[in-house]
Design a protein around this ligand. Sequence first.
Ligand code: GSH
Length: 299
Amino acid sequence: MKGTKGREVFQDRKTQDDAIVLMALYEKNVEFEPIVLDITKGEQYSSWFLDINPRGEIPVLQVGNQIIPDSTRILDYLEQYLEPETQPLMYVTNDIKLLNKINKFRDLIEALPAGVITVGSFCHPHLCGNPKMPFILPVREVLKSGDLSSSQNLRKLAEDHPKAKGILLYKADIQERKHEIVTNEEEYLKVLNVVDQILSEVEDELKNQAEDINLTILLERLYELGFEDRFWAKGKRSSIENYFSRVKQRESFKKTIPGLPHHIKMIVTSQPPTYVGAAALASLGIVIGGLYVVKKIIH
Ligand SMILES: N[C@@H](CCC(=O)N[C@@H](CS)C(=O)NCC(=O)O)C(=O)O
């Protein structure tokens, strides 16, 4: 492993975007300093962090004076600039046609609204199977009530943080739209149908193509929410089923996905009174992109 100073990754370890970046760093064997922000306590809106990312979002990679927000940009940066000689990330190939296809899938997967999928599964539990850690009862309740109060909290935060007022009010509007979708079963089913459509395409594609970090982390989230039977298990989509079993064996995956002690600590510390960023935990940031793709595919 290369010894490197001055590479900080601001993250929380509970979110899908963080997991994508962590897995990429582990895949490439890049040494980094993790700086943990508890987004359930609104630490992403601390004045010092808003100077780093005025959107108040993690993950962010800092290399010296350079600041790279957004998981996709971080992955691209890792690949192209930071460690171009190290082992390429899983989805990289020299075949341009295949690369374009892979990038198309990456965009589709990335645009899926992870927050909507997550919180919606708590509102309509009959649509999924057995949820796993960390999405067990107390966490579900905290996330659900956090989702309810999130836009109000964001509006309050906007008053307290003049520097981030515009973006926080914008996020509050998005959060309200998101809340309408997660609480309406018909709307939520449309989102699940989009996941289904994308996984059908992935299933065909996986027969002749390699792994992808975004796909891996999406499957892990769906699994934790109890959606495996709906989407791939028991022979429903055998390429995805095999892919997921295979990718789970990777060291990078094992290091990325938190174990039981981490989940327990999170459950103990994430109590409702301090819980500012519940919706954020479920990844508010990608809601807009997700809605766009949902619209494009449904209509
Ligand atoms: N497109 C960005 C999304 C970043 C994002 O939405 N981060 C969430 C956690 S997954 C966040 O920091 N939310 C805090 C907030 O919005 O208050 C990425 O892929 O990194």
